[in-house]
Design a protein around this ligand. Structure first.
Ligand SMILES: [Zn+2]
Length: 608
């Protein structure tokens, strides 16, 4: 049973528990994973639990409030002047970095089995804005790593349905995701890392967890994380703990909250060899491994949608802290809110109320979406509706029309009354201060946008045209300064106000063509080698007579064996041909050579 005296972890001192929050429900979705989880402020009696860790404090806190192991440890390092809402402490904290000028940042990436929808886009755009603000406004170098989940139940299921390999499906949707992000002007991470390219690292990470006493293998070839081995420290992010009522489990886990580190392969499933038999990584272990590979035992910022907080981030924390044997692995956890569709439901694949990024961009521009995002706090849920999108469009219209008036005035095309330059200079200075203060206050972009709209309001008041000739000195510079500031600010958050925007060229047809040429020519060589098995003696004409029956039989047997040995090469060539056909690249085998042509992309992929 998971009950017992409350014991604090680390440091030996009792820590005060955060005030219990009311029962909230959190729908957990991760690209189609839907789980309903109750985050509870458990009654004191329930929250009492036994610490399994050594050296823990074994006394109750005075005052009757039991403590839990959720205390955030303020990092030591350089203050940045930025306040950030940290899900770990459930309050705003100063952002302190180990290295004053560098932010290490891990972002959970997509599970690539389908097109991204606007709910995903919302989260990635929100964090893109924060990253740009940190870089351009506060001068930090952001080193961002994003893990791509390219092996997973959903990928396997979808690939089976479509009769293509999981790798092909994953590569297609990974590329599709990157194109969507690029279309939304989301900067790519410093590096993407695929799970399938780091399986040996995942295995050794799991081995270390088992060696540290936090994981166990079962006779069925699964490896689980032993949640109870973490004592009070499990649940530090979300306050969700192993529960006594959930003790009874049907699977081979010891406890229902234990989660898979390694999953034994089902028949015919893609798998890797491991000390526990054939299988593949569990969901959470991939992020812990990838982040640790790049950043080691410490991480400044970890981000993802709020739906990932439990179980994903909670489990990532458990794994990393158990692996690195440290008290705090990630210092700041930031979560973006849900994108709701009208009627308060969040946008999700499973609710079938989603709009793909591609469909959205047929109607709206990426800048309109960014303005929609800027109008609310990144951590709050926001409603996607005609009204909220119209609001974003109108604000961009107000900004553009001010820019056009100010431009006209600067060029001498507007005849205005005497401009109150002093008012405008003051207002510009105040706006800069307000915007920077808002951005430093947990990236409060709605406040920053309001300040800019206020500046525009004052600017427009000065730009009232008059009919009578005005001979007073002109004030072009102050308007120039306002415009320059606005362009810089919007450029910082990823909105382009400059007049001529050349759309990025996505089609690199010449390059693509050369790559396919290379690939097909390589395949021809492999295929020719596989087919070039010497004829059997019996089928050779004149010389065959010189061979005895026994020699002929032996040659036949050798030929059969050679064919057998080279068969995997031919199968691989066939598979490549089928897989490329999905992308509309049709290879035609003509005897020992092959040609290729571009056709239509398989509508199985386009339709979804
Ligand atoms: Zn993750």
């Amino acid at each position: 049973m998971f009950r017992g005296p409350v014991i604090a972890w680390g440091g030996g001192g009792c820590l005060n528990a955060a005030a219990p929050s009311p029962l909230q429900r959190l729908d957990v979705l991760r690209w189609g994973r839907l789980t309903s989880v109750a985050i509870r402020a458990a009654p004191a009696a329930q929250r009492n639990r036994l610490s399994l860790g050594e050296g823990s404090c074994r006394r109750r806190c005075s005052g009757g409030t039991p403590e839990v192991g959720t205390k955030w440890i303020k990092p030591s390092g350089q203050e940045t002047g930025i306040q950030i809402y940290n899900s770990l402490s459930r309050s705003k904290e100063p952002l302190i970095l180990g290295n004053a000028s560098v932010v290490t940042w891990y972002s959970c990436g997509p599970t690539v089995y389908d097109h991204a929808h606007l709910g995903h886009a919302y989260s990635y755009v929100r964090f893109d804005i924060i990253r740009r603000v940190m870089t351009k406004m506060f001068g930090k170098e952001v080193v961002m790593v994003m893990g791509i989940t390219d092996i997973d139940d959903k990928i396997i299921k979808r690939a089976n349905e479509m009769d293509i390999s999981p790798e092909t499906l994953a590569r297609f949707y990974e590329e599709d995701f990157k194109q969507d992000m690029s279309a939304l002007k989301v900067l790519p991470p410093t590096i993407y890392m695929r799970v399938t390219e780091n399986v040996p690292q995942v295995i050794s990470f799991i081995q270390q967890l088992v060696a540290n006493g936090h994981g166990y293998a079962t006779s069925q070839g699964n490896v689980y994380f032993d949640v109870r081995s973490r004592g009070d420290r499990y649940g530090k992010l979300t306050n969700i703990y192993p529960d006594a009522q959930e003790e009874y489990v049907l699977s081979d886990k010891r406890h229902t909250k234990d989660f898979a580190l390694w999953k034994a392969a089902k028949p015919q499933e893609i798998c890797w060899d491991s000390p526990w038999g054939k299988g593949r990584p569990g969901w959470h272990i991939e992020c812990s491994t990838i982040s640790s590979l790049v950043f080691g035992g410490h991480l400044d910022i970890h981000t993802g949608g709020i739906d990932l907080a439990f179980p994903h981030h909670e489990n990532e924390i458990a794994q990393c802290e158990a692996y690195h044997q440290c008290e705090q692995w990630g210092n700041y956890f930031l979560h973006s809110g849900h994108l709701h569709v009208k009627g308060s439901k969040k946008m999700s694949k499973s609710l079938k109320n989603y709009i793909t990024v591609k469909d959205f961009l047929k109607e709206f521009s990426p800048d309109q979406f960014r303005m929609f995002c800027l109008r609310s706090k990144y951590s709050s849920g926001v409603e996607y509706s005609d009204d909220t999108m119209n609001d974003a469009k109108n604000i961009l219209h107000i900004i553009h029309s001010f820019i056009s008036s100010a431009n006209a005035y600067m060029k001498g095309q507007l005849n205005c009354d005497t401009i109150r330059e002093d008012v405008l200079w003051d207002k510009l200075a105040l706006t800069k201060k307000t915007v920077e203060a808002a951005c430093a206050d947990d990236f409060d972009t709605p406040r920053a946008i309001r300040a800019i709209l206020d500046l525009i309001h004052y600017g427009n008041r000065q730009l009232k045209t008059v009919t009578k000739e005005n001979r007073s000195p002109r004030s072009a510079v102050v308007f120039g300064a306002i415009l320059s500031y606005m362009v810089e600010f919007f450029n910082t958050v990823g909105i382009t106000l400059a007049e001529s925007q050349v759309p990025a060229e996505h089609k690199h047809s010449a390059l693509l063509s050369s790559v396919i040429d290379e690939l097909v020519s390589f395949r021809i060589k492999v295929r020719s080698f596989a087919l070039a098995v010497p004829e059997a003696a019996g089928s050779m004409s004149a010389e065959s007579a010189d061979f005895s029956e026994e020699e002929k039989q032996q040659q036949k047997a050798e030929r059969r064996q050679q064919l057998q040995e080279r068969m995997p090469l031919l199968q691989a060539c066939d598979r490549l041909r089928q897989d490329l056909a999905i992308y509309g690249i049709n290879i035609k085998d003509r005897s020992t050579t092959s040609t290729w042509e571009l056709g239509k992309i398989n509508n199985k992929l386009e339709k979804h």
